[in-house]
Every structure is written in structure tokens, then in C-alpha cells.
Ligand binder design. Structure first.
Ligand SMILES: [Zn+2]
Length: 90
């Protein structure tokens, strides 16, 4: 697949210190927006668990404007870029 997600902005939108779960809202270069769920492992690493595309724009991969699972394929890439941006801002 030719699609290469490029995260241009990201911010933490929810953070639960008790269970180590947090969510990041990521904005992609193609204006696609995703909420990415993370969990912190006991060793302090962030691990992406899921991604939900917001329906502000049609999916950049399949062009649907409703639920699809395309972003799940790109979760590792999107999550890594989003975390980098969040940490740069912090
Ligand atoms: Zn799609």
C-alpha cells in the first residue's frame, strides 16, 4: 500500500495516571485526524493499543467517510510520530 501517514500535530487529550492509559489526538498531513490509545507498561514504555479515525475527513486510504479499519494498519507509524511530537512539546 502506497499510503504513508505523516503526523503534523499531536496532543494528549486524556491521561489516566491510575491505570497508565492515555489518548493522543493526532493530525495528519492529509487532514485526517485520529485518536490513538496508549498504555504505559510497568517499565515505563508507551505502547499503542488502538487507533480511531475521526470522521472529519474521508479516510485517506479507502475514501470512506464512515468507520473503516485502514488506520489500524498504520498504527505503529502514526503512534511513533505522534509520541515524538507530544514529547517535543512537553
Ligand atoms: Zn479507510
Amino acid at each position: 500500500m502506497a499510503y504513508t501517514p505523516q503526523v503534523v500535530d499531536a496532543k494528549i487529550v486524556s491521561d489516566n495516571p491510575k491505570n497508565g492509559l492515555f489518548e493522543v489526538l493526532a493530525v495528519l498531513k492529509d487532514r485526517c485526524q485520529c485518536r490513538i490509545g496508549f498504555e504505559r507498561t510497568p517499565s515505563g514504555e508507551e505502547h499503542a493499543t488502538h487507533v480511531n479515525r475521526l470522521f472529519t475527513e474521508p479516510c485517506p486510504v479507502c475514501r470512506k467517510d464512515f468507520l473503516c479499519n485502514c488506520m489500524t494498519k498504520f498504527l505503529p507509524t502514526i503512534a511513533e510520530q505522534a509520541l515524538q511530537i507530544v514529547k517535543t512539546k512537553a
